[in-house]
Design a protein around this ligand. Structure first.
Ligand code: TRP
Ligand code: ZN
Length: 520
């Protein structure tokens, strides 16, 4: 697929000063040193003390996901994001729906290669200051392709047409492989209503009363500098300052009571479980906050917009009241709930879909029972274990839909078999079947086939290996890839291992072929 993206330069700088120093040291045996130096160059490794040739290169501008080539970055691994945000929502109608965000992101990372420079993803925000380990890095002019600025500097590329949004930081001293660094980025700008590649609202979606923040697949870069790919999970903490009266709700649990001063309230949240960037939220609105807990002692924090219609509010209350039972149900079928807390944010907005943001899904206008169990199921399937690449999205949506089927059956609704039969009634020539769900393309992530064929695949797999192996393998998948990511191939391998069956033909027919399965 041609995404119309021009790959811009990935600059490599060879650091040869080590070799030069060695030549001076060895003086008279310069010839020998040149020979050894050449050998070291060929091997690209350490020869002996004092003769180390180091090669510092630019960290890759993407994580290697073909659907979103510039999402995520290479060369480092983020451990923690501390996001200190100040947000002013739009003025009342008829003012435009534009907010003001300013932030200080403190990012703790570990270099995974010798880094001359590295990138963060940041879209639509201006960087005002960068520090690396306390050293100020100044703004530089973006270099021409293939060119290499010599000294320290940072610069931004903001190419909306090519969907390339990159902040490059070239620190001095350079970062050595294995070295930890604290990167502090001060930034800000106007917030709008950003769109994903298909035109769906996502990211920091400005609302009249605040913001509904839903980042799948690579929308978190609209509100903080981030390595925006699930292969680099990290923990998070938040300090969100909003006009007094507004409520800011992020992932995890409150870290202290809100503090109000001079008409502004600061909300503190802490999310200590490894989290993919697309699952970060910091939604702001006129929420009613409620704290409760499950019978097992898991804290539940719900935030419900006070402007829902009476009918939507009633539906929402009834659904949210079921969350504790739903958690117990999923724990009984699979493994214990993977995070420190749960709860829902229900916003009065037109985003039009819900997102399983970690520990705290966000719903648009109403939280229906089926959607609530769906977003809850994602906490295991999608959040604790995330898709290795975006092509693996069916593992998220197929499972979340299948758990909806299981819940329906357990609560007296349609059985999983009935839901499966309904999918199989879709005629073979329907477009629904023309999707290779293990590789749907960046415009196919949320097509019906990802959800319903994905769920049907799991139901058929259950029939293929039997109930015992089906649930045992699901548990193994959740344990083995916890806090990490897994691919379709990984998933097939776990099912083959646990069932002892060769499932190659099964997975080919169900997920790798764009036609309706008839035999498997
Ligand atoms: N992941 C969401 C869910 O199924 C859905 C979603 C995310 C979505 N982005 C979208 C749906 C864009 C439609 C369009 O819970
Ligand atoms: Zn989903």
């Amino acid at each position: 697929m041609n995404l119309g993206v021009t790959i811009y330069s990935s600059v490599t700088e060879s650091e040869e000063s080590g070799v030069r120093v060695s030549r001076q040291v060895f003086g008279a045996v310069a010839t020998l040193v040149v020979v050894v130096g050449a050998l070291v160059m060929m091997e690209g490794a350490t020869a002996s003390a004092g003769l180390r040739r180091t090669s510092y290169t630019a960290g890759a501008p993407g994580a290697g996901d073909a659907y979103f080539p510039y999402a995520g970055n290479g060369g480092y691994d983020v451990q923690h994001y501390d996001l200190d945000l100040t947000y002013t929502p739009p003025a009342p109608d008829p003012a435009p729906i534009v907010g003001q965000l300013s932030g200080v992101a403190t990012i703790d990372l570990v270099a995974t290669q010798d880094l001359n420079s590295f990138n963060l993803d940041l879209r639509g925000m201006d960087v005002q200051a960068v520090k690396v380990d306390g050293q100020r890095v100044r703004e530089a002019t973006p270099p021409a392709p293939g060119e290499l600025p010599a000294g320290p500097g940072y610069w931004q590329v903001q190419d909306d047409d090519a969907r390339v949004w990159e902040l490059t930081i070239q620190p001095r001293p350079k970062l050595k492989q294995g070295q930890t660094a604290r990167v502090v980025v001060t930034y800000g700008g106007e917030t709008v209503r950003p769109e994903d590649i298909e035109g769906a609202l996502y990211g920091w979606v400005t609302t009249r009363d605040g913001a509904m923040v839903v980042g799948e697949p690579e929308g978190s870069m609209t509100w903080y500098p981030v390595s925006d790919h699930q292969t680099d999970k990290a923990t998070y903490s938040f300090e969100i300052t909003v006009p007094e009266g507004k409520v800011a709700v992020a992932n995890g649990l409150p870290a202290g009571d809100p503090v109000t001063e001079n008409g502004w309230t600061t909300w503190f949240w802490d999310a200590p479980d490894a989290q993919a960037s697309y699952l970060t939220t910091a939604s702001v609105g006129d929420y009613d906050l409620r704290f409760s807990e499950t019978a097992g002692g898991l804290p539940i924090v719900d935030a419900v917009d006070d402007a829902l219609t009476p009918a939507n509010a009633a539906t929402t209350e009834a659904s949210l009241a079921l969350q504790a039972d739903m958690i117990a149900f999923i724990e009984g079928a699979f493994v214990p709930y993977p995070f420190n807390s749960y709860g829902s944010i229900v916003d009065d907005d037109t985003v039009g879909y819900a997102l399983e943001t970690q520990t705290r899904p966000v719903y648009s206008r109403v939280a229906r029972e089926g959607t609530v169990v769906h977003e809850l199921a994602h906490q295991w399937f999608g959040n604790a274990v995330s898709p290795g690449l975006w092509r693996d999205i069916w593992l998220n949506e197929g499972w979340a839909t299948y758990v909806e089927w299981l819940w329906s059956e357990a609560t007296g609704g349609a059985t999983a078999q009935e839901n499966f039969d309904a999918v199989m009634e879709i005629p073979a020539d329907d477009e629904f079947w023309a999707l290779t769900i293990s590789d749907p393309g960046p415009f196919g992530l949320f097509l019906g086939g990802i959800y319903d064929r994905g769920a049907a695949t799991l139901h058929a797999l259950r029939g293929e290996v039997g109930d015992e192996a089906f649930y045992a393998a699901a548990r193994e998948w959740l344990v083995r890839f916890d806090d990490s990511t897994g691919t379709t191939d990984d998933f097939q391998a776990v099912y083959e291992e646990i069932s002892g069956q060769d499932l190659g033909a099964f997975f080919d027919v169900w997920v790798r072929t764009p036609t309706k399965p008839t035999s498997w």
